[in-house]
Design a binder for this molecule. Structure first.
Ligand code: MTE
Length: 300
């Protein structure tokens, strides 16, 4: 690809791992404990002992494992992630069901330090390991006429107890416009903090689109379809008035129930705790041109 992305974040910007893992406690405020973590700043946070993966109290959205933020950490342990395959179909030259190891052997895995911003107004800086989604799409060969990429998560109620319940029409699904998907910032992530992806974060492979809200970052992907029509996305199906197809981080367009103008940077220190949200999550230079001429209040 002609354009290679140049990172603007460094290791010093990374949210310390214990805070990433324990953001439930941090965001709940947990009284003094929560504030203590936020106020401690980077140096002290780094001195904290990382929790074991078993007893992490984390703050995840992964509704296949339940509606509460601590459900994924509690219930994702039984998910079988090996073997894992991804079906790639639709407008591609080489449709098929590929074993993940076969895909990984073809990809260049690198570490990317990205801002990660949730609708709920918290943000972090996370070191992801993965490869560019564009490389995977090129591996499958995008055919003429393809305009969108649709993604689906595993549907396996026996291992994903949340799928036994109602609310969401499974599988969880997401979509990107093809030019967004081909952008070098869009990452297929297989790990974080230099370790394999924890199950509650979307093992063994998930999407990370750093200029969009976290809900676009679909976890545990098993299917990718190239299509000429805009695909349905889970949150848009559930609450179209609140969650659009684009879901670009945009401080000027509020979520109907809360402002998106400011965010709490977890681990950013007490006085830096709330900061102004940046357009496209700080990736305006890289991605604004994708939306030239579009009214971003209409296409939110
Ligand atoms: N992917 C699937 N399959 N199921 C989900 O419920 N939740 C989304 C997204 N990806 C979700 C998903 C939402 S709402 C958010 S905010 C992010 O995952 C959270 O990612 P994290 O747990 O790694 O922070």
């Amino acid at each position: 690809m002609a354009y290679r992305w140049t990172p603007d974040l460094t290791r010093d910007d990374i949210t310390p791992e214990p805070l990433w893992l324990n953001r439930r406690a941090v965001m709940m405020g947990a009284g003094a404990a929560g504030l203590g973590l936020i106020g401690a700043g980077r140096a002290r946070a780094e001195a904290l002992e990382p929790n074991s993966y078993e007893d992490i109290t984390s703050y995840n959205n992964f509704y296949e494992f339940g509606w509460n933020k601590d459900d994924p950490a509690k219930h994702a342990g039984g998910l079988t992630i090996e073997p894992w395959s991804i079906e790639i179909d639709g407008l591609v030259e080489r449709p098929g069901t590929y074993d993940l190891n076969e895909i990984l052997a073809e990809m260049t895995i690198e570490e990317r330090i990205y801002r990660f911003r949730c609708v709920e107004a918290w943000s972090m800086v996370v070191p992801w390991n993965g490869f560019e989604l564009a490389d995977l799409l090129n591996f499958a060969g995008v055919r003429e006429g393809a305009k969108y990429v649709a993604f689906e998560t595993l549907h396996r109620p026996a291992e994903m107890p949340g799928q036994k319940g109602g609310g969401i029409e499974w599988p969880y699904r997401e979509g990107l416009r093809l030019d967004e998907a081909m952008h070098p910032l869009a990452l297929m992530a297989t790990g974080l903090y230099g370790k394999p992806m924890p199950r509650q974060n979307g093992a063994p492979i998930r999407l990370v689109v750093p200029w969009k809200y976290g809900f676009k970052s679909i976890k545990s992907i098993v299917k990718i379809t190239l299509t000429d029509t805009q695909p349905q996305t889970t949150w848009n199906m559930l609450q179209p008035g609140e969650y659009g197809f684009y879901a670009n981080v945009n401080p000027e367009v509020d979520h109907p129930r809360w402002s998106q103008a400011r965010e709490r940077v977890i681990g950013g220190g007490l006085f830096a705790a709330k900061k102004r949200t940046l357009m496209f999550n700080g990736y305006e230079k890289e991605v604004a041109s994708l939306y030239d001429g579009m009214d971003l209040e209409t296409f939110y």
